[in-house]
Ligand binder design. Structure first.
Ligand code: G2I
Length: 277
């Protein structure tokens, strides 16, 4: 069908046979929950560390599953050495990171979250302040160009949260960036919608509109970190709504849930996932 169903995986749980049993049976796509982030893969500058990421990649590929890479450049979970960098040194360190990691995994990644969470919350619709943003507004397109050169076969995604509601300023800001990238030939293939929902941030009724409008720019759309706090039929109906919104968009090519069992979740107390403990 060209649509894939994924989950976030933690390398530390690959020895849990219940966990791995559900993983192998239910999903055809995998994302490392933390193991491919900048702090994990480049703990010291120019010293790369792929052991835990490789455990996930090898397990998934051994089962014939595809990999969503998460994430090459992000303001958060930077290694300590990067956190206090700025200017040209930081820009070059970021680009080197993108190049090295995407090259190492070349040919093994279905889609990369090249840049994660670069837009600000609230009503402004602009970029989030960060050390990466302060290297210049073109840092995002520079990261995408470096990723394309390093792994021409991977789909290159921009990934963010609170971009589900079409009427929100953040959604509009990301939309305008993607529109601009497509107009200027910046290599972008997909937009990831994290989709972390709860009672204060419910699934919007215009979700299908959001996904369709982005797809109409000529990119795939993917739901990348889905979880919905709640229980019972209300929670089930919201899951149904998200899946239907994706299935109604031809270019919605994947849904990834952010963990397998409720107990695996970063929001475990909200029982937000598809399997109980
Ligand atoms: O925060 C939820 C997600 C929002 N979008 C980007 C995702 O990358 C992010 O994932 C979460 C992981 O689910 C957490 O597992 O990212 C968190 C960090 O920003 C992860 O939390 C970290 C803790 O902060 C660390 O203390 C801990 O060592 O998980 C690590 C491994 O358990």
């Amino acid at each position: 069908s060209g649509r894939y169903f994924g989950t976030a995986v933690a390398a530390s749980k690959l020895g849990d046979s219940t966990y791995v049993g559900i993983l192998n049976r239910e999903f055809d796509m995998v994302t490392a929950e933390n193991e491919m982030k900048m702090d994990a893969t480049e703990p010291n500058q120019n010293q790369f560390s792929y052991g835990n990421a490789d455990r996930i990649v090898n397990q998934a590929r051994g089962q014939g599953k595809r990999i969503r890479g998460h994430a090459l450049a992000w303001h958060s979970q930077q290694p300590g050495w990067m956190q206090n960098m700025s200017g040209t040194a930081l820009r070059n360190a970021m680009l080197n990171h993108v190049t090295q990691v995407a090259t190492y995994y070349r040919g093994k990644i279905y889609a990369w979250d090249v840049v994660n969470e670069a837009y600000a919350d609230g009503s402004g619709g602009g970029r989030r302040d960060s050390n990466l943003q302060r290297t210049g507004n073109d840092w995002i397109e520079a990261a995408f160009r470096a990723a394309r050169t390093a792994d021409p076969g991977a789909k290159l995604c921009y990934n963010d949260y609170n971009t589900d509601n079409w009427s929100h300023a953040k959604t509009q800001g990301v939309y305008r960036m993607v529109q601009d990238f497509k107009a200027r030939g910046v290599p972008i293939d997909c937009v990831g919608f994290q989709a972390h929902f709860n009672s204060g941030n419910p699934v919007p009724s215009n979700y299908h509109t959001t996904l369709q409008n982005f797809a109409n720019l000529g990119v795939d759309v993917q739901i990348t970190e889905l979880d919905i706090e709640g229980s019972g039929s209300s929670q089930a109906q919201q899951y149904q709504g998200v899946v239907q919104a994706c299935l109604a968009v031809t270019r919605c090519t994947g849904i990834t849930v952010w963990g397998i069992r409720d107990t695996d979740s970063w929001r475990a107390s909200g029982t937000p996932l598809l399997f109980d403990g």
